[in-house]
Design a protein around this ligand. Structure first.
Ligand code: CUA
Length: 334
């Protein structure tokens, strides 16, 4: 009866952590719901098989045990039983068919439901990097990172690729995984049924910081999404306070060749146009002044093998603090 606790443990693992909206067992998207139904079907079959085996097992142990006072003899030896052999071949075949038919049908359903790759569908180009996500909105003409905004109740089309090694794009509550391969383009679509924040993960081992390569999906009502996209399109770097103005100078000197804010800057590192709206830094750290400063000083100690150099030796504490002030001003949402 060992399998019972193991089975329970696996279920717990699948369930994940509730608050983060990271569970394939609480589907909030069309693709995830189809997958959830398949998962439940196989779980019911597994429970059925387990019960039948456990009952026969217990029955046989009890019935054929050695009773007190019984002689120590070898019981009758039985070899070959055609009925049994046909049965235990036919039953697994039947069970596999019951699993296979809905699985294949689900694949066709997902393909049939896919939106057209045309101008009526919102399209996002996803590029995975060690260890962050770039989201480009070609129809809307802007680029962002880490927080993926989508409209709720609509199918969103994705083109996915990678800048370096193979990663996998996964938003458990919304859909299945899709590999991102360097030099290749994969496509998928998702549809969030409820507004909210959904956690996404990299689901392919891609290096030392694979486990920290998280992102968020923010599903907004269409009007809110349009308003957000409008602001993103027209966003410019902001520096209202004195500290932020000093920070802007530092940014232009040390950061802008890799990071963009608004229309200015490089695309080697995450776009920071709406950095001030984000609650998470580098995929896993809470956005606090201290964490931002620590990250700028020594990102390698926080997220090993990422591409950002540390600035702890090049910038003074004042310069780093002004940079923190500048970054926090880069907000789109009020
Ligand atoms: Cu990227 Cu794992």
């Amino acid at each position: 009866l060992i399998p019972v606790p193991i089975f329970g443990f696996l279920l717990l693992m699948l369930a994940g952590c509730g608050e983060e909206n990271l569970s394939a067992l609480r589907p909030k998207g069309t693709g995830a719901k189809i997958q959830f139904d398949l998962m439940m079907l196989s779980i019911y079959i597994m429970i059925g098989v387990f019960l039948v085996v456990a009952i026969i097992f217990t029955y046989v142990i009890l019935k054929y045990r050695k009773r007190r006072g019984e002689e120590d003899v070898i019981p009758e030896q039985v070899e070959g039983n055609t009925t049994l052999e046909v049965l235990w071949t036919a039953i697994p075949i039947l069970l596999l068919l019951i699993l296979a038919i809905p699985t294949v049908l689900a694949t066709f359903t997902l393909a049939a439901e896919a939106p057209e790759d045309d101008k009526d569908t919102l399209k996002v180009e996803v590029t995975a990097h060690q260890y962050w996500w770039d989201f480009n909105y070609p129809g809307l003409d802007f680029n962002t990172s880490q927080d993926l905004y989508i409209p709720v109740g609509e199918k969103v089309y994705f083109d996915l690729t990678s800048n370096d090694v193979i990663h996998s794009f996964w938003i458990p509550a919304l859909s299945g995984k899709m590999d991102t391969n360097p030099g290749l383009k994969n496509s998928m679509w998702i549809e969030a049924k409820e507004p909210g924040v959904y956690k996404g993960k990299c689901a392919e081992l891609c290096g030392p910081s694979h486990a920290l390569m998280d992102f968020k999906v923010i599903a907004l009502e269409r009007d809110d999404f349009d308003a957000w996209a409008d602001k993103m399109k027209n966003a410019k770097a902001k520096a209202d306070t004195e500290a932020a103005q000093a920070g802007e100078e530092v940014f232009k000197q040390s950061c802008i060749s890799c990071h963009a804010v608004g229309e200015e800057g490089g695309n080697l590192a995450p776009n920071l146009t709406n950095f001030g709206d984000r609650e998470t830094l580098a995929g896993f750290l809470d956005v606090t002044d201290e964490n931002i400063a620590d990250w700028i000083k020594d990102p390698q100690s926080l997220k090993p093998a990422n591409s950002m150099p540390g600035f702890g030796n090049d910038l003074s504490d004042d310069e780093i603090n002004s940079l923190v002030a500048y970054l926090k001003e880069q907000k789109i949402n009020q």
